[in-house]
Ligand binder design. Structure first.
Ligand code: ADP
Length: 229
């Protein structure tokens, strides 16, 4: 089997075993540029393991993962780290912002790590804070902002490097429904406008509703649910 035509990131027959636990048991996946794919399934079904394999964080025991025509599983660690830094963006359940830095410094950080000057990085960061409608928080530290505001800052930080793939693992899991929906709206709009592919792990149907396509994981196996339009 080959990856679906036009997919930017695709996986086939992924298997990952932790001790006695089969976390992935032949999972497939694919996402196109500009497409938001929700990975749904009950707790413990293998969603996070799938995301971590796709992002090159966890090596699968077997199976193949192709990103932009390159096989991820046989790349050197250095090359995989470089991809994560420059082409992938991440949003987690709890923003994981650096508490000592202001919001604008947090968003600028990935660019600073890639060698961009402070002035340039902070200018780009401010642009993203504006897009996420939290530019008023630029000088505040994460401890001084609400959970919903912090997640918007985290989304800005994930997109500031213009990643080609955005990985979001339960990005609204710690938010109330109003803030969760607003974060999803802003995240998916911003990603679509930059043609980024989004891998969105969630166990909530209301969050998955923001996706273009759903993949359901159960007992480590995936099933593509073509949504009826
Ligand atoms: P989900 O994200 O759907 O909740 P996970 O991918 O986190 O599921 O986990 C799938 C299964 O693999 C679970 O039974 C979990 O306990 C197990 N698992 C995941 N990561 C590890 C790990 N690092 N060590 C041991 N078991 C793990």
């Amino acid at each position: 089997m080959t990856a679906p035509t036009g997919s930017l990131l695709a996986a086939e027959r992924l298997r990952k075993v932790y001790g006695q636990t089969v976390a992935l048991d032949g999972a497939d996946f694919s996402v196109h540029p500009g497409e938001v794919v929700a990975v749904l399934g009950p707790s413990g079904s293998g969603k996070s393991t799938l995301l971590h394999c796709l992002a090159g964080i966890v090596p699968p025991d077997s199976g193949s993962i192709t990103y932009d025509g390159q096989e991820l599983t046989t790349m050197t660690d250095a090359r995989r780290s470089a991809l994560r830094r420059t082409e992938f963006g991440f949003v987690f359940q709890f923003g994981q912002l650096v508490p000592e830095l202001t919001c604008v410094e947090n968003v600028a950080l990935p660019l600073r790590l890639n060698g961009t000057s402070r002035k340039e990085a902070e200018r780009a960061a401010l642009g993203w804070l504006e897009r996420l409608e939290v530019d008023g928080l630029r000088g505040k530290r994460p401890g001084e902002v609400s959970g919903g505001q912090g997640q918007r800052v985290a989304v800005a930080r994930a997109l500031v490097t213009r990643p080609r793939v955005l990985f979001a693992d339960e990005p609204t899991g710690a938010l109330d429904s109003y803030n969760g929906e607003r974060v999803m709206e802003l995240l998916t709009d911003a990603a679509r406008s930059t043609d980024a592919a989004v891998v969105l792990v969630t166990h909530e149907a209301r969050v998955a509703a923001y996706s273009d396509r759903e993949i359901v994981v159960r007992d480590g196996r995936s099933r593509d649910m073509e949504r009826a339009v």
